[in-house]
Design a protein around this ligand. Structure first.
Ligand code: FES
Length: 126
């Protein structure tokens, strides 16, 4: 018997809906039993996804909806107190963060972006 569980991937959006270093694509998840927002971002051509939850205080990162990249398009920035995260790894790069963002698994294929749920992060019931 194995304890690995496989989850079907879920279509998030078309690839061109996530612009490089620009607006992120939001989606809703349940993380460890708690409703939470998440987002997918594109950096250097690749898509990454994270919980939309700062590690300083458990608040959403964006003050203006879906604007999490800084003006340079190089960093993810928390609007509350300026924590800075790497857009591909989610690693804390500066400011008051306590560790990196929670990373979610995504893949891109044939012009579509998919999220792959895992044991901690499941689709929202909505
Ligand atoms: S809540 Fe994000 S930096 Fe304080």
């Amino acid at each position: 018997m194995t304890d690995s569980v496989h989850f079907s991937r879920i279509l998030l959006c078309s690839s061109d809906a996530i612009e490089e270093g620009g607006e992120v694509m939001p989606f809703d998840v349940v993380h460890d039993g708690e409703e939470c927002r998440a987002f997918a971002a594109r950096f250097e051509g690749r898509v990454s996804a994270f919980l939309n939850r700062c590690t300083h205080v458990a608040m959403e990162l964006d003050f203006q909806p879906n604007r999490i990249f800084d003006d340079s398009g190089q960093w993810l920035l928390c609007a509350s107190h300026g924590a800075v995260y790497h857009p591909e790894s989610g690693e804390c790069m500066g400011g008051p963060c306590h560790g990196g963002l929670v990373r979610l698994q995504v893949e891109e294929e044939d012009g579509q972006v998919y999220w792959i749920p895992d044991a901690h992060t499941q689709p929202s019931a909505d």
